[in-house]
Unconditional design. Sequence first.
Length: 314
Amino acid sequence: MPLVAPTPIAEPLTAGDVLTLPELRHLRRISGVRSSWLLAHCWATIAGAAAVYAAWPSALTLVLAIAVIGSRQLGLLVLLHEGVHWRLYARPAPNNRAATWLCAWPLWAELPEYRRRHHLHHRYTQRADDPDRPLVADLPVARRQLWADVARDLAGVTAWRRARAALRADAVPGAGVGATWRRLRAPVAANAVLLAICGASGHWEIYPLLWLLPLATWHQLLTRIRNLAEHGLASASDDPLRNTRTVRAGPLARAFLAPYWVNYHLEHHLLTFVPCWKLRRAHALLRAKGYAPRMELAGSYLDVIRRAAGRASR
């Protein structure tokens, strides 16, 4: 019986397969000036929204400030993500300091922990060992379930559950509260600085109202939308053009849902060395080279949400 040659396994697409060397060199170049501008823009937007509420306190300005600040808290997470990939500054020390003090600790997060988890996510995208896989594994869901999840996000229930899970994960049997305090002391210090700044401005209430409240509500909803948009219902293959998604975002979406080019997630997975502010250029290059038909793209975040809520109710 004649032997049949095995079917060759296609290698996953890489950056060098789709871009020229000059294009790669241009895209990978980091700008400390641009990173500093993004960090300043993010914090200035937060301060500006808080100042508007402090000057004209009302239900309307409170809701708008929560939406703006919650979206910029996601912006800080995006910039922390830049630091995780060493894309804020060329030198490791300023990169890590900026990502830690200006992004991670104010959000009650830790850079090393996030870096370890996120690098595993890139290594095992959409596979069983992907630590982010459980976030979208049950999609699609019934519409009423999705709306119930949204209600829990906006009510602060999701934030409470995540905080409780994090505290339990930090607890070491027999170590008392020491291990938990070592994990929390730096974020506590960073948030104490924020509270002191609010107090020095004569509006200490800004900290609980316009830092903790957005973080516990709108930010949680944005995190859910981001998770389902980036990998929800995407292919489980090794193809980086299919196992994650880029979503078209207009001005309103960029202001309230997708700050700092976070919607270009497919380009980020294919080109992890590209700073966030160059991802739009990378997207244009891929389109110009004819890759658009192969790419997992969505016309809007609403389109993605509709797909995520596509399971029939029982």
